[in-house]
Design a protein around this ligand. Structure first.
Ligand code: DX5
Ligand code: ZN
Length: 240
């Protein structure tokens, strides 16, 4: 039976959301200007509390200070134990979507409802080992799904191979339940992995150290290279 999801359907095009923790944090404003010039309109912020994951790359103050400096959509990825606290805090700042980890949400349905009550798109994030069935009873509360293709907490890791299959299985799972929601993928979104991720069904790509922020190219060159890789993946969807 089709599920009434809050969002109509998938995005018309594949989005790149650069992961701000991978940016030049000492020259962040100019880095974001370069990304905007390259056509980026969404930024991914990894909020970690050093408890759910053993890291804390950026904080609330950085998001708050950046908010008035860019019109980019803010895509918040919470890797924290106290999800509701951070949901309210970033809602206050002004963000467009928030993903919470099913593994950290004691009351997942309530937290997703809280996000939507703020008028913000709600997403469930799944670690590589977490089965898709964890989404089964919250589809009505979802606007997107975040599939972690690395174990959360650190940039620069290698893709967990089984997650490519998981993206395709997530696309099938959502379609079977009449919830044709956007799938965001996060972790080692490299120029080599992008075509496979997109052909498997990814709609939002978190660009980090292996693509957008790769040292070998400028931000513009890297975004253009990622866009070429997306085109390859879309062609692959036709034949998927
Ligand atoms: C890791 C974060 C990712 C990370 C991506 O937990 O969620 O956004 O910054 O970095 P790369 O692309 O280097 O894996
Ligand atoms: Zn992330």
């Amino acid at each position: 039976m089709p599920v009434e999801s809050a969002v109509s359907s998938r995005l018309p095009s594949v989005h790149i959301a650069p992961s701000v923790m991978c940016a030049d944090l000492c020259n962040l404003e100019s880095d974001i200007r370069e990304l905007e010039t390259a056509g980026i309109d969404m930024l991914h912020f990894d909020l970690m509390d050093a408890h759910f994951v053993p890291n804390m790359p950026i904080g609330l103050a950085l998001i708050q200070q950046l908010r008035p400096k860019t019109d980019c959509a803010f895509d918040i990825h919470l890797m924290v134990e106290n999800n509701d606290f951070f949901v309210d805090a970033v809602a206050e700042i002004g963000v467009q979507q928030i993903a919470v980890h099913v593994e950290s949400a004691t009351h997942l349905d309530r937290t997703l409802s809280l996000i939507q009550a703020h008028g913000i798109k709600a997403g469930a994030a799944l670690n590589p080992a977490t089965p898709l069935s964890a989404l089964g009873y919250v589809l009505e509360r979802l606007d997107f799904v975040l599939i972690m293709t690395v174990n959360p907490g650190f940039a620069g890791q290698k893709l967990v191979p089984s997650t490519l299959r998981k993206i395709a299985e997530c696309r099938a799972f959502l379609s079977e339940h009449g919830a044709d929601l956007p799938i965001e993928v996060d972790g080692n979104v490299s120029f080599e992995n992008i075509p496979k991720m997109v052909s498997a069904g990814a709609d939002i790509l978190v660009g980090g150290t292996s693509s957008v922020f790769q040292k070998s190219g400028s931000r513009l060159e890297n975004v253009q290279r990622a866009q070429k890789a997306i085109k390859l993946g879309l062609a692959g969807r036709e034949s998927f």
